[in-house]
Design a binder for this molecule. Structure first.
Ligand code: ASP
Ligand code: CP
Length: 326
């Protein structure tokens, strides 16, 4: 949905500082330019200092978020809940759709129409690519995608770029290596697309059957970004500034024998980390199921726990922005 500045005058609100986010859906990272990221990261940094100093604020008091998850989640669902709670708002949690009227056969459009009667913003995770876009067509309130199948996970992409910036202090000039299930990993698709806005060189490290889709590679080439593809982490680890490791997405395989063949392809170990730069970041959207050895966790370059904390600040920023309060 799109709100206009005029709507704000009609309801007696002051003009919003950032016209481009108020009332907007967040469906794909393709909608963002560098300026948008600078703005979101600025608000997220403010949110981080509010949480660290005060714990919470009442910026979104009286506002309600519907958290609608058709797929499992720990981080995204709970960080949106925490974000809304820390901003003083309330939550309608629908995390097991089997206990909602979805199990009676209610369609996505009708479920969305229902929730927007009660909530001011809807967060949606769904197994089908394009589901958030469909939801946004039916909703007059903002829809924020929390992941649509193998498509995108835009809020994860934003928190990933924010984390790279927090860890390394820059984005231009970096070498980013993506490792694992680049075919089905929606976080990889969103992060790669966002990083095309910067002067980043990519290495795509995956088994042959899990390569990054041509569509995403073509977008990189069009944006003037360079990349190479390899099956071996050993080929890239010494030069990488960011090692973005991902889980093989078992739930996307029609043939589980294919999954079994590639599930243990990569494991980042302290021995492998000994070859990496002194200043670099190991990231993972999580959950991990063996791709990063637990012995790496104490390495100062292991950024994945800080990364998931950043998710809450980014989601606080996004909620405030789409509700016109950032
Ligand atoms: N949690 C991320 C996602 O939902 C990554 C993963 O599940 O592997 O896409
Ligand atoms: N990174 C992420 O989306 O985690 P969850 O699947 O636990 O939400």
């Amino acid at each position: 949905m799109e709100h206009h500045e005029n709507d704000r005058k009609i309801v007696g609100l002051a003009p919003s500082r950032n016209l481009s986010f108020y009332g907007r859906d967040i469906i794909s990272v393709r909608q963002f330019a560098r300026d948008d990221l600078a703005y979101i990261f600025g608000v997220a940094s403010e949110m981080r200092s509010i949480v660290r100093r005060l714990g919470a604020t009442d910026l979104l008091k009286g506002h309600i978020l519907a958290n609608l998850f058709y797929e499992p989640s720990t981080r995204t669902s709970s960080s949106f809940i925490a974000a809304m709670a820390r901003l003083g708002g309330s939550i309608i949690p629908i995390h097991g759709v089997q206990y909602s009227s979805v199990s009676k056969g209610e369609s996505l459009p009708d479920t969305i129409r229902t929730l927007e009667c009660y909530a001011d913003v809807i967060v949606l995770r769904h197994p089908e690519v394009g589901a958030s876009e469909v939801a946004a067509r039916y909703a007059s309130k903002p829809i924020i995608s929390a992941g649509d199948g193998v498509g995108e996970h835009p809020t994860q992409g934003l928190l990933d770029v924010f984390t790279i910036l927090s860890e390394l202090g820059r984005l231009d000039g970096l070498h980013v290596a993506m490792v694992g299930d680049l075919k089905n990993g929606r976080t990889v698709h969103s992060l790669t697309r966002l990083l095309r806005l910067y002067d980043v060189h990519f290495s795509y490290v995956s088994p042959d059957i899990l390569r990054l889709p041509d569509e995403v590679k073509d977008e990189m080439t069009e944006a003037g970004r360079t990349f190479e593809e390899t099956e071996r982490v050993e080929d890239v680890i010494a030069d990488a500034d960011v090692l973005y490791v991902t889980r093989v997405q078992k739930e996307r395989f029609a043939d589980l024998r294919e999954y079994e063949a590639v599930k243990d392809y990569y494991e980042i170990t302290p021995e492998l980390m000994a070859r990496a730069k002194e200043q670099m970041a190991v990231m993972h959207p999580l959950p991990r199921v063996g791709e990063i050895h637990y012995d790496v966790d104490d390495d100062p370059r292991a950024a994945y726990f800080r990364q998931m904390e950043n998710g809450m600040y980014i989601r606080m920023a996004l909620l405030a922005a789409v509700l016109g309060k950032a």
